[in-house]
Design a binder for this molecule. Structure first.
Ligand code: ARG
Length: 451
């Protein structure tokens, strides 16, 4: 049996690679987060009474951590299989550089709270990035909607022609759906914004550590209160974030589906520029909307990531279980996939070409049936009588002017009653939250790493 020396003892080689799993690779995304967590932890250790580390020692550690962060940014920091994960890779490096001082940094913490804080620091950045990208897409949708505010489009129910509507309403509705998703993302951000560090292996430590200080140093809103929930919330927080992501994907998927339908030659309402479509290897004429098909597919995959994390933890007992390690991959994958979709769609929306003629051609006389009935109501006829009258005389319906028809829909939220400022303001508010958060986080990190 082959055994291998690791940073913390020897184990069977197969067990080592099996248990490390994909951590050696995935943890590359956590190097900076891990260094920040360690910087906050050692700073707190240096402020304890009696101090575990001196101020000089703290500075030495922080300098090395900054060097690791720089190496990570250049793609040069290596996590070895014998390290198992980023946490022990950082500890090994600090010990190589600083000797006994490196061996002190793990005082009063466990890899369990270390990885929990890393995931939250990682999640924090990812959610802010997602919000930025969501707002960019929302802005593109709203600009497209405003440009086409007065362009008539048949409104459908059951996919069948229903009533006069507009391209502006269609696009603004998709934007509003994403604005709601931003609220979920911000809520997920707030729940994520609590610091689990100092919970150690979920049961605290017999040392007077200052968890509030650590939380402040890392720019978190507050510590997770009970040390056990700090541990148990790993996986749960990821599933909350993925739940918000999967709502974003739900919005994107429905938008993609609409777009697929309305770019079909049989509709031809919209066309996509050639460079955003793909061709076929056999059919020379093909111009396929693969991008939006893949967005639809990714919605399923992000949901699968959410369910993967949920399922991992739903029956797991409290306290740390190694199962939690396997939440990392679906979490990172689900978040990255959502962000990719948001990014690919923003330029897509800007490039959608609107065929006003095709849109107008969709207005068969029956689309005006309800408008006609309501016209009769205006002349004093009870609605049900007007409804019956129109229904019995459908053949007599005349094609009205679609532009005129939508010009009459001016009440709140109707095709010509869209409050563009309200929608834009909601987007701006999200941007404001992201900007304020980033500013506060950057300030915290700068302060933390200053020596
Ligand atoms: N890589 C591990 C994870 O992601 C780190 C924590 C290991 N803790 C332990 N008790 N084995 O969960």
């Amino acid at each position: 049996m082959k055994t291998q020396k690791t940073t913390v003892g020897s184990i069977n080689s197969d067990v080592l690679s099996f248990t490390a799993g994909r951590d050696v690779e995935l943890d590359k995304s956590l190097i900076t987060a891990d260094c920040l967590g360690t910087a906050a932890h050692v700073t707190m250790l240096s402020k304890m009474k009696p101090a575990v580390l001196s101020e000089t020692a703290r500075k030495k550690v922080i300098r090395e951590l900054k060097a690791i962060i720089k190496q990570a940014e250049e793609g040069k920091f290596k996590i070895r299989l014998s390290d198992q994960d980023v946490h022990l890779a950082v500890e090994r490096t600090l010990t190589e550089k600083l000797g006994d001082l490196g061996k002190k940094i793990h005082t009063g913490r466990s890899r369990n709270d270390q990885v929990a804080v890393d995931m939250r620091l990682y999640g924090r950045e990812e959610i802010l990035g997602t919000l930025d990208e969501a707002v960019a897409l929302i802005s593109a949708l709203l600009a497209f909607a405003k440009r086409n505010e007065k362009v008539p489009m048949v409104g459908r129910t059951h996919m069948q022609p229903g009533m006069p509507s507009s391209v502006g309403l269609w696009a603004a509705a998709h934007a509003e759906s994403l604005l709601d998703d931003c609220v979920l993302l911000v809520n997920a951000y707030e729940l994520n914004d609590q610091c689990p560090l100092g919970s150690a292996a979920s049961y605290g430590v017999p040392l007077p550590i200052d968890r509030e200080l650590v939380s402040d140093l890392l720019g978190f809103r507050c510590p997770v209160h009970t040390v056990l929930y700090a541990g148990n919330s790993r996986g749960k927080v990821e599933s909350i974030v993925l739940c918000a992501m999967s709502q974003v994907m739900l919005s994107l998927s429905r938008f993609a589906q609409d777009l697929m339908l309305f770019t079909m030659p049989e509709f031809g309402y919209f066309t996509l520029p050639d460079e955003l479509c793909t061709g076929s290897s056999i059919m020379p004429q093909k111009k396929n909307p693969d991008v939006i098909e893949l967005v639809r597919a990714r919605a399923s995959r992000v949901k699968a990531c959410e369910l993967a994390v949920y399922d991992l933890i739903k029956g797991s007992p409290g306290g740390y279980n190694r199962d939690l390690q396997d939440a990392k991959e679906p979490f990172m994958e689900g978040v990255a996939m959502t962000r990719d979709c948001l990014r690919v769609l923003a330029p897509f929306v800007q490039a959608i070409q609107v065929d006003k003629k095709a849109l107008k051609a969709g207005f068969t006389p029956d689309v005006f049936a309800t408008d006609r009935a309501l016209e009769l109501v205006g002349q004093g006829m009870p609605f049900r009588d007007a409804y019956r009258h129109v229904k019995e005389n459908l053949g007599e319906l005349e094609k009205m002017n679609p532009a005129k028809a939508i010009a009459q829909k001016t009440h709140l939220g109707a095709p010509l009653g869209i409050d563009w400022n309200l929608l834009k303001e909601r987007g701006r508010a999200v941007t404001g939250i992201v900007r304020d958060e980033r500013r506060a986080l950057n300030r915290a990190v700068e302060r933390l790493l200053k020596v």
